[in-house]
Design a protein around this ligand. Sequence first.
Ligand SMILES: CC(C)(COP(=O)(O)OP(=O)(O)OC[C@H]1O[C@@H](n2cnc3c(N)ncnc32)[C@H](O)[C@@H]1OP(=O)(O)O)[C@@H](O)C(=O)NCCC(=O)NCCS
Length: 177
Amino acid sequence: MSEPLKENQNLVIRRALTEDAVELNEFYRNIILETDHFGYEVDEFHITDEQQEHTINMFIQADNAILLVATLNDKIVGNLSFRAGTSKKFQHVGEFGVQVLKDYWNLGIGKELVQCLINWAKKNETIYKISLRVRADNKNAIHLYKTLGFMEEGILKGEMMCNGTLHDLIYMGIVVD
Ligand SMILES: CC(C)(COP(=O)(O)OP(=O)(O)OC[C@H]1O[C@@H](n2cnc3c(N)ncnc32)[C@H](O)[C@@H]1OP(=O)(O)O)[C@@H](O)C(=O)NCCC(=O)NCCS
């Protein structure tokens, strides 16, 4: 069971703002050091603060994409990014990634972030389905997604390479129309 947040800890889930760029980059650099489940290796993350600001701005302008941050007492401790396709045939479906700093795992923050995405997608007139890919051994993430109604749709064999080892990914999805 997730431990509930203490009442004095002020968890806020909100859209990322351009002024979050520096802290968000620092957050990503910490996540890369803490977990193998993020898409970048430590020597591959070269996004400047200006580029991050530009990316955040693109998310703010987009109708079918969203970048969320979870802040606890004003510190970014979690993040979620979702983008739907750009062509007419794929604009109704998109994938997301979610990360929480290790010190804050099992407090329900990941669940709040994904629930916020689902709520947003339900109100969005274009989005029909949310998908994700998760490493088959990422048990807490898989548990979290299943709790929120995501279904396993298939296995992508050897899709991810971590330190020379191939890992299967599970493709999951939820219809939100
Ligand atoms: C996956 C991740 C976002 C979850 O964030 P979180 O804030 O810890 O998530 P929550 O606290 O909302 O939920 C975690 C759930 O997993 C459960 N859990 C923890 N360890 C578990 C395990 N070994 N097996 C099964 N379930 C487990 C918790 O009990 C909780 O479930 P509950 O609410 O039913 O009690 C976080 O672990 C993370 O950032 N991991 C690194 C990046 C990552 O893997 N991202 C996902 C890539 S697809």
